[in-house]
Design a protein around this ligand. Structure first.
Ligand SMILES: [Zn+2]
Length: 153
């Protein structure tokens, strides 16, 4: 786990503790949000290479007997994105998919038949992209390579 991600998670846990201690009047509401944040973070941590929609998260929490409303799931996931804990992808599959911010960069293939998201890393592609940007007088700040694929058979 990268230092930044660890720091973001620690800050989040700290924020949760502060809310519990300081805002006693909204403790019941705050606790509910706290539980949601903890449950969602735990779910994402136990599915490290998954790319989950808010609906997937909602369903999986429901199956674990943790009832978190879909609106809360959306709100918490977006808070996680803003805090740098999660990355949101728009793969044109109709809904945003979320994953924990990865320690090591990877790119994605999206299967147009099944919607499966496959992660890949390729040093040569990374180097070629750096070179291509450099040839045009730029350095890459960030990039997002998505291959839209279908099964060969
Ligand atoms: Zn990924």
């Amino acid at each position: 786990m990268s230092f930044n991600k660890l720091l973001a998670i620690l800050i989040l846990h700290y924020m949760i503790l502060i809310n519990m201690d300081k805002n006693k009047e909204i403790r019941s509401a705050g606790l509910k949000v706290t539980d949601a944040r903890r449950s969602i973070l735990r779910l994402l941590e136990t599915h490290p290479h998954s790319h989950l929609s808010a609906y997937n998260v909602h369903q999986q929490l429901f199956e674990k007997k943790k009832s978190v409303g879909i609106a809360t799931v959306y709100r918490v996931l977006n808070q996680f994105v803003e805090a740098g804990i999660c990355v949101r992808h728009n793969f044109e599959t109709g809904h945003s998919l979320y994953e924990l911010a990865p320690d090591v960069h990877h790119d994605h293939m999206v299967c147009l038949s099944t919607g499966a998201v496959i992660e890949f890393e390729d040093k040569l592609i990374e180097q070629r992209q750096q070179q291509m940007a450099a040839d045009k007088g730029y350095k890459i700040i960030d990039h997002n390579l998505i291959l839209f694929v279908e099964p060969i058979d």
